[in-house]
Write a protein that binds this ligand. Structure first.
Ligand SMILES: Cc1cc2nc3c(=O)[nH]c(=O)nc-3n(C[C@H](O)[C@H](O)[C@H](O)COP(=O)(O)OP(=O)(O)OC[C@H]3O[C@@H](n4cnc5c(N)ncnc54)[C@H](O)[C@@H]3O)c2cc1C
Length: 427
Protein backbone atom coordinates (compact mmCIF):
# COMPACT_ATOMS: atom_id res chain seq x y z
CA UNK A 1 0.00 0.00 0.00
CA UNK A 2 1.39 3.38 -0.99
CA UNK A 3 0.89 6.67 0.78
CA UNK A 4 -2.68 8.00 0.55
CA UNK A 5 -4.09 4.57 -0.28
CA UNK A 6 -7.18 3.35 1.54
CA UNK A 7 -7.98 -0.29 1.97
CA UNK A 8 -11.29 -1.92 2.85
CA UNK A 9 -12.05 -5.55 3.45
CA UNK A 10 -15.63 -6.70 3.10
CA UNK A 11 -17.77 -9.71 2.21
CA UNK A 12 -19.47 -8.28 -0.89
CA UNK A 13 -18.43 -5.55 -3.32
CA UNK A 14 -21.16 -4.12 -5.56
CA UNK A 15 -20.06 -2.42 -8.76
CA UNK A 16 -22.62 0.11 -10.03
CA UNK A 17 -24.99 2.60 -8.49
CA UNK A 18 -28.03 2.26 -10.70
CA UNK A 19 -31.21 0.57 -9.55
CA UNK A 20 -29.55 -2.87 -9.67
CA UNK A 21 -26.58 -1.77 -7.55
CA UNK A 22 -28.81 0.02 -5.04
CA UNK A 23 -31.19 -2.93 -4.87
CA UNK A 24 -28.26 -5.31 -4.31
CA UNK A 25 -27.11 -3.12 -1.40
CA UNK A 26 -30.62 -3.09 0.08
CA UNK A 27 -30.86 -6.89 -0.12
CA UNK A 28 -27.31 -7.46 1.17
CA UNK A 29 -27.86 -5.13 4.15
CA UNK A 30 -31.12 -6.95 4.97
CA UNK A 31 -29.20 -10.24 5.06
CA UNK A 32 -26.45 -8.78 7.24
CA UNK A 33 -23.77 -9.21 4.53
CA UNK A 34 -20.95 -6.68 5.04
CA UNK A 35 -20.89 -4.76 1.75
CA UNK A 36 -19.21 -1.97 -0.16
CA UNK A 37 -20.71 -0.24 -3.20
CA UNK A 38 -18.92 1.78 -5.86
CA UNK A 39 -20.48 3.60 -8.79
CA UNK A 40 -20.77 6.95 -10.47
CA UNK A 41 -23.91 8.68 -11.62
CA UNK A 42 -25.62 6.54 -14.20
CA UNK A 43 -29.07 6.13 -15.65
CA UNK A 44 -30.79 6.49 -12.29
CA UNK A 45 -30.82 10.28 -12.61
CA UNK A 46 -32.80 9.87 -15.84
CA UNK A 47 -35.55 7.65 -14.54
CA UNK A 48 -39.16 8.76 -14.13
CA UNK A 49 -39.21 7.25 -10.64
CA UNK A 50 -41.65 4.55 -11.75
CA UNK A 51 -40.64 0.96 -11.00
CA UNK A 52 -41.70 -1.14 -14.00
CA UNK A 53 -41.89 -4.89 -13.61
CA UNK A 54 -43.15 -5.82 -17.07
CA UNK A 55 -45.34 -3.48 -19.08
CA UNK A 56 -45.35 -5.12 -22.48
CA UNK A 57 -45.06 -8.64 -23.86
CA UNK A 58 -45.36 -9.79 -27.49
CA UNK A 59 -46.17 -6.20 -28.40
CA UNK A 60 -49.21 -6.04 -26.09
CA UNK A 61 -49.58 -3.79 -23.07
CA UNK A 62 -50.02 -5.69 -19.84
CA UNK A 63 -52.64 -4.92 -17.27
CA UNK A 64 -51.51 -7.91 -15.21
CA UNK A 65 -47.69 -8.09 -15.19
CA UNK A 66 -47.72 -11.41 -13.30
CA UNK A 67 -49.71 -13.06 -16.06
CA UNK A 68 -47.34 -11.32 -18.48
CA UNK A 69 -44.42 -13.09 -16.81
CA UNK A 70 -46.07 -16.42 -17.65
CA UNK A 71 -46.34 -15.38 -21.32
CA UNK A 72 -42.73 -14.22 -21.21
CA UNK A 73 -41.54 -17.55 -19.81
CA UNK A 74 -43.13 -19.27 -22.83
CA UNK A 75 -41.97 -16.86 -25.52
CA UNK A 76 -38.60 -15.72 -24.09
CA UNK A 77 -37.24 -18.36 -21.71
CA UNK A 78 -33.78 -16.72 -21.72
CA UNK A 79 -35.13 -13.32 -20.59
CA UNK A 80 -33.70 -12.58 -17.10
CA UNK A 81 -37.22 -12.33 -15.64
CA UNK A 82 -38.11 -15.75 -17.07
CA UNK A 83 -35.29 -17.25 -15.02
CA UNK A 84 -36.57 -16.00 -11.67
CA UNK A 85 -39.69 -17.41 -9.99
CA UNK A 86 -42.75 -15.28 -9.32
CA UNK A 87 -42.40 -15.58 -5.53
CA UNK A 88 -38.82 -14.33 -5.65
CA UNK A 89 -39.73 -11.42 -7.97
CA UNK A 90 -42.61 -10.46 -5.71
CA UNK A 91 -40.44 -10.66 -2.60
CA UNK A 92 -37.76 -8.53 -4.30
CA UNK A 93 -40.25 -5.81 -5.31
CA UNK A 94 -41.95 -5.80 -1.90
CA UNK A 95 -38.62 -5.53 -0.10
CA UNK A 96 -37.20 -2.86 -2.39
CA UNK A 97 -40.27 -0.60 -2.48
CA UNK A 98 -40.60 -1.06 1.30
CA UNK A 99 -36.97 -0.03 1.78
CA UNK A 100 -37.46 3.10 -0.34
CA UNK A 101 -40.45 4.09 1.79
CA UNK A 102 -38.60 3.35 5.01
CA UNK A 103 -35.58 5.38 3.86
CA UNK A 104 -37.67 8.47 3.00
CA UNK A 105 -39.29 8.29 -0.45
CA UNK A 106 -42.77 6.77 -0.18
CA UNK A 107 -43.66 4.16 -2.86
CA UNK A 108 -46.84 2.19 -3.44
CA UNK A 109 -46.66 -1.49 -2.57
CA UNK A 110 -46.59 -3.61 -5.75
CA UNK A 111 -50.07 -4.98 -6.43
CA UNK A 112 -51.71 -7.48 -8.81
CA UNK A 113 -52.22 -4.95 -11.63
CA UNK A 114 -50.06 -2.38 -13.38
CA UNK A 115 -50.87 1.29 -12.88
CA UNK A 116 -51.29 3.42 -15.99
CA UNK A 117 -48.80 6.10 -14.98
CA UNK A 118 -48.58 9.61 -16.45
CA UNK A 119 -45.64 10.60 -18.63
CA UNK A 120 -44.35 14.16 -19.20
CA UNK A 121 -45.82 14.15 -22.73
CA UNK A 122 -49.35 13.37 -21.54
CA UNK A 123 -49.32 9.71 -22.51
CA UNK A 124 -49.61 6.82 -20.05
CA UNK A 125 -47.42 3.78 -19.44
CA UNK A 126 -47.92 0.55 -17.49
CA UNK A 127 -45.83 0.28 -14.34
CA UNK A 128 -46.02 -1.60 -11.05
CA UNK A 129 -44.93 0.70 -8.23
CA UNK A 130 -44.99 4.51 -8.19
CA UNK A 131 -43.90 7.29 -5.83
CA UNK A 132 -46.73 8.27 -3.46
CA UNK A 133 -46.45 11.86 -4.74
CA UNK A 134 -47.55 10.64 -8.20
CA UNK A 135 -50.36 8.25 -7.24
CA UNK A 136 -53.23 10.81 -6.94
CA UNK A 137 -52.78 11.80 -10.61
CA UNK A 138 -53.02 8.20 -11.79
CA UNK A 139 -56.22 7.74 -9.79
CA UNK A 140 -57.68 11.10 -10.87
CA UNK A 141 -57.27 10.23 -14.56
CA UNK A 142 -59.08 6.92 -13.98
CA UNK A 143 -61.94 8.70 -12.20
CA UNK A 144 -61.99 11.68 -14.62
CA UNK A 145 -61.65 14.25 -11.82
CA UNK A 146 -61.63 17.96 -12.78
CA UNK A 147 -57.94 18.86 -12.51
CA UNK A 148 -55.65 21.82 -13.07
CA UNK A 149 -52.28 21.03 -14.67
CA UNK A 150 -49.64 23.68 -14.05
CA UNK A 151 -46.28 24.30 -15.62
CA UNK A 152 -43.68 26.86 -14.69
CA UNK A 153 -42.32 29.90 -16.49
CA UNK A 154 -38.86 29.08 -17.83
CA UNK A 155 -39.14 25.31 -17.29
CA UNK A 156 -38.07 23.35 -20.37
CA UNK A 157 -39.29 19.85 -21.13
CA UNK A 158 -42.68 20.04 -19.44
CA UNK A 159 -45.62 21.88 -20.97
CA UNK A 160 -49.05 21.74 -19.32
CA UNK A 161 -50.69 22.55 -22.68
CA UNK A 162 -48.86 19.71 -24.45
CA UNK A 163 -49.69 17.32 -21.58
CA UNK A 164 -53.39 18.23 -21.74
CA UNK A 165 -53.58 18.15 -25.55
CA UNK A 166 -52.25 14.60 -25.57
CA UNK A 167 -54.23 13.18 -22.66
CA UNK A 168 -57.53 15.01 -23.17
CA UNK A 169 -59.27 12.13 -24.96
CA UNK A 170 -59.03 9.96 -21.83
CA UNK A 171 -59.26 12.82 -19.29
CA UNK A 172 -61.41 15.68 -20.58
CA UNK A 173 -61.83 17.61 -17.32
CA UNK A 174 -58.49 19.41 -17.46
CA UNK A 175 -57.42 23.04 -17.41
CA UNK A 176 -53.93 24.55 -17.52
CA UNK A 177 -52.00 27.44 -15.96
CA UNK A 178 -48.45 28.70 -16.22
CA UNK A 179 -47.06 29.97 -12.91
CA UNK A 180 -43.82 31.68 -12.09
CA UNK A 181 -41.71 30.18 -9.32
CA UNK A 182 -40.89 32.46 -6.37
CA UNK A 183 -37.65 34.40 -6.95
CA UNK A 184 -37.32 32.90 -10.45
CA UNK A 185 -39.74 35.19 -12.24
CA UNK A 186 -37.39 36.65 -14.89
CA UNK A 187 -38.50 34.19 -17.60
CA UNK A 188 -34.98 32.73 -17.84
CA UNK A 189 -34.54 28.97 -17.75
CA UNK A 190 -35.45 27.28 -14.45
CA UNK A 191 -34.43 23.76 -13.44
CA UNK A 192 -36.55 21.12 -11.63
CA UNK A 193 -33.75 20.19 -9.22
CA UNK A 194 -33.29 23.80 -8.10
CA UNK A 195 -37.03 24.31 -7.57
CA UNK A 196 -37.29 21.00 -5.70
CA UNK A 197 -34.57 22.09 -3.28
CA UNK A 198 -36.25 25.49 -2.90
CA UNK A 199 -39.58 23.85 -1.97
CA UNK A 200 -37.92 22.22 1.03
CA UNK A 201 -37.90 25.71 2.55
CA UNK A 202 -41.24 26.66 4.13
CA UNK A 203 -41.26 30.28 2.91
CA UNK A 204 -40.93 29.11 -0.73
CA UNK A 205 -43.70 26.57 -0.22
CA UNK A 206 -45.99 29.23 1.21
CA UNK A 207 -45.38 31.65 -1.65
CA UNK A 208 -45.72 28.97 -4.32
CA UNK A 209 -48.91 27.60 -2.73
CA UNK A 210 -50.45 31.10 -2.88
CA UNK A 211 -49.82 31.18 -6.64
CA UNK A 212 -51.37 27.73 -7.12
CA UNK A 213 -54.43 28.73 -5.09
CA UNK A 214 -54.92 31.86 -7.20
CA UNK A 215 -55.00 29.72 -10.39
CA UNK A 216 -57.21 26.92 -9.00
CA UNK A 217 -60.63 27.92 -10.40
CA UNK A 218 -63.08 25.02 -10.03
CA UNK A 219 -60.39 22.31 -10.17
CA UNK A 220 -60.53 19.69 -7.41
CA UNK A 221 -56.95 18.55 -7.87
CA UNK A 222 -53.65 20.01 -9.12
CA UNK A 223 -50.97 18.24 -11.16
CA UNK A 224 -47.51 19.79 -11.35
CA UNK A 225 -44.04 18.85 -12.57
CA UNK A 226 -42.06 16.66 -10.15
CA UNK A 227 -40.43 19.31 -7.94
CA UNK A 228 -41.79 18.49 -4.47
CA UNK A 229 -38.45 18.40 -2.67
CA UNK A 230 -35.42 16.15 -2.93
CA UNK A 231 -35.05 14.73 0.56
CA UNK A 232 -38.54 14.55 2.05
CA UNK A 233 -40.94 14.56 -0.90
CA UNK A 234 -43.85 13.12 1.08
CA UNK A 235 -43.49 15.84 3.72
CA UNK A 236 -43.27 18.60 1.06
CA UNK A 237 -46.27 17.04 -0.72
CA UNK A 238 -48.38 16.96 2.47
CA UNK A 239 -47.39 20.49 3.43
CA UNK A 240 -48.14 21.94 -0.04
CA UNK A 241 -51.52 20.17 -0.08
CA UNK A 242 -52.37 21.64 3.31
CA UNK A 243 -51.48 25.12 2.08
CA UNK A 244 -53.35 24.85 -1.23
CA UNK A 245 -56.35 23.04 0.26
CA UNK A 246 -56.82 20.41 -2.49
CA UNK A 247 -54.90 17.21 -3.31
CA UNK A 248 -51.78 17.68 -5.46
CA UNK A 249 -49.72 15.25 -7.49
CA UNK A 250 -46.45 15.17 -9.40
CA UNK A 251 -45.88 14.35 -13.07
CA UNK A 252 -42.34 13.26 -14.05
CA UNK A 253 -40.39 15.76 -16.16
CA UNK A 254 -37.93 15.01 -18.95
CA UNK A 255 -34.55 13.64 -17.76
CA UNK A 256 -32.42 14.35 -15.81
CA UNK A 257 -35.28 14.52 -13.37
CA UNK A 258 -35.95 14.93 -9.68
CA UNK A 259 -37.37 11.43 -8.93
CA UNK A 260 -34.08 9.75 -9.85
CA UNK A 261 -31.95 12.38 -8.10
CA UNK A 262 -34.07 11.78 -4.98
CA UNK A 263 -33.30 8.07 -5.02
CA UNK A 264 -29.60 8.64 -5.58
CA UNK A 265 -29.25 11.19 -2.78
CA UNK A 266 -31.39 9.12 -0.43
CA UNK A 267 -29.19 6.06 -0.90
CA UNK A 268 -25.98 8.08 -0.69
CA UNK A 269 -27.09 9.53 2.65
CA UNK A 270 -28.87 6.49 4.06
CA UNK A 271 -26.56 3.58 3.22
CA UNK A 272 -23.46 4.65 5.20
CA UNK A 273 -25.67 5.06 8.30
CA UNK A 274 -26.76 1.45 7.81
CA UNK A 275 -23.16 0.23 7.74
CA UNK A 276 -22.51 0.08 3.99
CA UNK A 277 -19.15 1.31 2.71
CA UNK A 278 -20.14 3.61 -0.14
CA UNK A 279 -17.73 5.14 -2.61
CA UNK A 280 -20.04 7.38 -4.66
CA UNK A 281 -19.31 9.09 -7.95
CA UNK A 282 -16.37 6.82 -8.77
CA UNK A 283 -15.73 4.02 -11.21
CA UNK A 284 -13.88 0.80 -10.55
CA UNK A 285 -10.79 0.90 -12.77
CA UNK A 286 -9.75 -2.72 -12.33
CA UNK A 287 -11.27 -5.87 -10.85
CA UNK A 288 -8.87 -8.69 -10.04
CA UNK A 289 -10.29 -12.14 -9.31
CA UNK A 290 -7.94 -14.47 -7.47
CA UNK A 291 -8.21 -17.56 -5.32
CA UNK A 292 -9.95 -16.44 -2.15
CA UNK A 293 -10.79 -12.86 -3.11
CA UNK A 294 -12.06 -10.27 -5.55
CA UNK A 295 -10.19 -6.96 -5.42
CA UNK A 296 -11.51 -3.65 -6.76
CA UNK A 297 -9.10 -0.84 -7.61
CA UNK A 298 -10.27 2.74 -7.97
CA UNK A 299 -9.27 6.28 -7.22
CA UNK A 300 -11.16 9.18 -5.69
CA UNK A 301 -10.08 12.74 -4.93
CA UNK A 302 -8.26 11.59 -1.77
CA UNK A 303 -6.19 8.95 -3.56
CA UNK A 304 -6.14 5.24 -4.36
CA UNK A 305 -8.83 2.95 -2.93
CA UNK A 306 -8.62 -0.83 -2.77
CA UNK A 307 -11.58 -2.99 -1.77
CA UNK A 308 -10.98 -6.64 -1.07
CA UNK A 309 -14.08 -8.81 -0.90
CA UNK A 310 -15.16 -12.42 -0.90
CA UNK A 311 -17.68 -11.84 -3.69
CA UNK A 312 -18.51 -9.14 -6.24
CA UNK A 313 -21.70 -8.23 -8.10
CA UNK A 314 -21.24 -6.50 -11.44
CA UNK A 315 -24.21 -4.15 -12.00
CA UNK A 316 -22.62 -1.71 -14.42
CA UNK A 317 -25.53 -1.23 -16.83
CA UNK A 318 -25.36 -0.95 -20.60
CA UNK A 319 -24.16 1.79 -22.96
CA UNK A 320 -25.44 4.89 -21.15
CA UNK A 321 -23.72 3.94 -17.90
CA UNK A 322 -20.59 2.48 -19.48
CA UNK A 323 -21.08 -1.19 -18.53
CA UNK A 324 -21.06 -2.04 -22.24
CA UNK A 325 -19.22 -0.21 -24.99
CA UNK A 326 -20.11 -0.23 -28.67
CA UNK A 327 -16.99 -0.46 -30.80
CA UNK A 328 -16.24 -1.03 -34.46
CA UNK A 329 -15.54 -4.69 -33.78
CA UNK A 330 -18.67 -5.18 -31.71
CA UNK A 331 -20.14 -4.71 -28.24
CA UNK A 332 -17.76 -5.25 -25.31
CA UNK A 333 -18.17 -5.55 -21.56
CA UNK A 334 -16.01 -2.71 -20.25
CA UNK A 335 -14.43 -3.95 -17.01
CA UNK A 336 -13.37 -7.58 -17.57
CA UNK A 337 -14.10 -8.10 -21.25
CA UNK A 338 -16.67 -10.75 -20.40
CA UNK A 339 -18.17 -12.19 -23.62
CA UNK A 340 -21.26 -10.28 -24.75
CA UNK A 341 -24.12 -12.00 -26.56
CA UNK A 342 -24.85 -9.70 -29.50
CA UNK A 343 -25.86 -9.63 -33.16
CA UNK A 344 -23.42 -11.35 -35.50
CA UNK A 345 -22.19 -8.12 -37.11
CA UNK A 346 -22.71 -4.37 -36.83
CA UNK A 347 -24.92 -4.52 -39.89
CA UNK A 348 -27.39 -6.53 -37.79
CA UNK A 349 -27.56 -4.09 -34.85
CA UNK A 350 -30.58 -2.20 -36.16
CA UNK A 351 -33.59 -3.05 -38.27
CA UNK A 352 -34.39 -0.86 -41.25
CA UNK A 353 -37.41 0.80 -39.66
CA UNK A 354 -36.59 2.81 -36.53
CA UNK A 355 -40.07 2.10 -35.14
CA UNK A 356 -40.04 -1.60 -36.00
CA UNK A 357 -42.31 -3.22 -33.36
CA UNK A 358 -39.78 -6.04 -32.96
CA UNK A 359 -37.18 -3.59 -31.62
CA UNK A 360 -33.49 -3.58 -32.55
CA UNK A 361 -31.28 -6.62 -31.91
CA UNK A 362 -28.44 -4.56 -30.37
CA UNK A 363 -30.80 -3.68 -27.50
CA UNK A 364 -30.79 -7.30 -26.36
CA UNK A 365 -27.00 -7.45 -26.03
CA UNK A 366 -25.53 -8.34 -22.68
CA UNK A 367 -23.69 -10.92 -20.62
CA UNK A 368 -24.86 -14.50 -20.12
CA UNK A 369 -25.23 -15.90 -16.61
CA UNK A 370 -25.65 -19.33 -15.05
CA UNK A 371 -28.51 -20.25 -12.72
CA UNK A 372 -26.72 -18.44 -9.84
CA UNK A 373 -26.36 -15.30 -11.98
CA UNK A 374 -22.61 -15.77 -12.41
CA UNK A 375 -21.43 -14.30 -15.74
CA UNK A 376 -20.15 -16.85 -18.22
CA UNK A 377 -16.74 -16.78 -19.89
CA UNK A 378 -15.83 -17.83 -23.45
CA UNK A 379 -15.94 -21.53 -22.47
CA UNK A 380 -19.52 -21.23 -21.19
CA UNK A 381 -18.34 -21.71 -17.58
CA UNK A 382 -18.60 -19.02 -14.86
CA UNK A 383 -15.82 -16.43 -15.20
CA UNK A 384 -15.17 -16.89 -11.49
CA UNK A 385 -17.25 -18.44 -8.72
CA UNK A 386 -16.97 -15.16 -6.74
CA UNK A 387 -18.37 -12.98 -9.52
CA UNK A 388 -22.12 -12.38 -10.03
CA UNK A 389 -24.02 -10.03 -12.35
CA UNK A 390 -27.30 -8.11 -12.12
CA UNK A 391 -29.32 -5.47 -13.91
CA UNK A 392 -29.67 -4.47 -17.51
CA UNK A 393 -26.11 -5.62 -18.22
CA UNK A 394 -27.69 -9.06 -18.64
CA UNK A 395 -28.52 -10.35 -22.13
CA UNK A 396 -31.87 -11.25 -23.73
CA UNK A 397 -34.11 -8.34 -22.76
CA UNK A 398 -35.10 -5.03 -24.31
CA UNK A 399 -36.02 -3.12 -21.18
CA UNK A 400 -37.14 0.07 -22.92
CA UNK A 401 -39.58 -1.69 -25.25
CA UNK A 402 -40.69 -4.26 -22.67
CA UNK A 403 -40.90 -1.67 -19.88
CA UNK A 404 -39.03 -3.90 -17.48
CA UNK A 405 -35.99 -1.75 -16.46
CA UNK A 406 -36.57 -1.78 -12.72
CA UNK A 407 -37.98 -5.30 -12.89
CA UNK A 408 -34.79 -6.75 -14.37
CA UNK A 409 -32.64 -4.64 -12.02
CA UNK A 410 -34.46 -5.47 -8.78
CA UNK A 411 -35.26 -9.13 -9.43
CA UNK A 412 -31.78 -10.03 -10.71
CA UNK A 413 -30.11 -8.15 -7.83
CA UNK A 414 -32.24 -10.18 -5.43
CA UNK A 415 -31.21 -13.40 -7.15
CA UNK A 416 -27.51 -12.44 -7.22
CA UNK A 417 -27.47 -11.49 -3.52
CA UNK A 418 -29.19 -14.76 -2.63
CA UNK A 419 -26.48 -16.64 -4.56
CA UNK A 420 -23.76 -14.60 -2.80
CA UNK A 421 -25.31 -15.46 0.57
CA UNK A 422 -25.28 -19.17 -0.35
CA UNK A 423 -21.65 -18.94 -1.43
CA UNK A 424 -20.59 -17.15 1.76
CA UNK A 425 -22.43 -19.75 3.85
CA UNK A 426 -20.63 -22.58 2.08
CA UNK A 427 -17.23 -21.13 2.96
C1 LIG B 1 -34.50 8.10 -19.65
C2 LIG B 1 -34.72 6.90 -18.79
C3 LIG B 1 -35.98 6.68 -18.24
C4 LIG B 1 -36.21 5.55 -17.46
N1 LIG B 1 -37.45 5.34 -16.95
C5 LIG B 1 -37.72 4.21 -16.28
C6 LIG B 1 -39.02 3.91 -15.82
O1 LIG B 1 -39.96 4.69 -16.02
N2 LIG B 1 -39.23 2.75 -15.17
C7 LIG B 1 -38.22 1.83 -14.96
O2 LIG B 1 -38.46 0.78 -14.38
N3 LIG B 1 -36.95 2.09 -15.37
C8 LIG B 1 -36.68 3.23 -16.04
N4 LIG B 1 -35.42 3.49 -16.47
C9 LIG B 1 -34.38 2.46 -16.28
C10 LIG B 1 -33.69 2.51 -14.95
O3 LIG B 1 -33.32 3.81 -14.57
C11 LIG B 1 -32.38 1.70 -14.97
O4 LIG B 1 -31.62 2.10 -16.06
C12 LIG B 1 -32.59 0.28 -15.08
O5 LIG B 1 -33.44 -0.15 -14.09
C13 LIG B 1 -31.26 -0.48 -15.04
O6 LIG B 1 -30.56 -0.35 -13.87
P1 LIG B 1 -29.06 -0.88 -13.76
O7 LIG B 1 -28.66 -0.59 -12.36
O8 LIG B 1 -28.95 -2.25 -14.26
O9 LIG B 1 -28.21 0.00 -14.76
P2 LIG B 1 -27.88 1.54 -14.74
O10 LIG B 1 -29.00 2.30 -14.17
O11 LIG B 1 -27.43 1.86 -16.11
O12 LIG B 1 -26.67 1.68 -13.71
C14 LIG B 1 -25.39 1.17 -13.92
C15 LIG B 1 -24.42 1.79 -12.95
O13 LIG B 1 -23.13 1.21 -13.07
C16 LIG B 1 -22.17 2.25 -12.99
N5 LIG B 1 -20.91 1.78 -13.58
C17 LIG B 1 -20.61 1.48 -14.88
N6 LIG B 1 -19.33 1.07 -14.96
C18 LIG B 1 -18.83 1.11 -13.71
C19 LIG B 1 -17.54 0.82 -13.14
N7 LIG B 1 -16.50 0.42 -13.89
N8 LIG B 1 -17.36 1.00 -11.81
C20 LIG B 1 -18.39 1.41 -11.01
N9 LIG B 1 -19.62 1.70 -11.51
C21 LIG B 1 -19.82 1.55 -12.82
C22 LIG B 1 -22.82 3.40 -13.69
O14 LIG B 1 -22.20 4.60 -13.38
C23 LIG B 1 -24.23 3.29 -13.11
O15 LIG B 1 -24.29 3.89 -11.85
C24 LIG B 1 -35.16 4.63 -17.22
C25 LIG B 1 -33.88 4.87 -17.74
C26 LIG B 1 -33.67 5.97 -18.53
C27 LIG B 1 -32.30 6.17 -19.11
Amino acid sequence: MGQGERYYRTELAIIGSGLAGFAASVFALARGIASAQVGNTGAVAYTTGYLDLLGSCRGLWLDDPWQGLELLRESEPRHPLSRIGRTAIQAAFDQFSGALTEMGVGYTAPAERNHLALTPAGTVKPTLSVPQTMLPGIEARKAGVRTLIIDILGLQGFSAKEFVANIRSSWPQLSTAKLSFPDMESGGQVFPEVMARALEVSSHRERFAERIKAALGDARLVGMPAIMGIHHPDRVHAELQRLVGVPLFEIPTMPPAVPGIRLREMFEQGFPAKGLTLVPQQKVKRLVLEAGRATLYLQDSFGEVMIESKAAILASGRFLSGGLTAERGGVREALLDIPVTQPESRADWYRQDYFDPLGHPVNRSGVEVDSSFRPLGPDGEPVNHRLFAAGILLAHHDWVRQRCGAGVAIASAHKAVEAVADMLKEQ
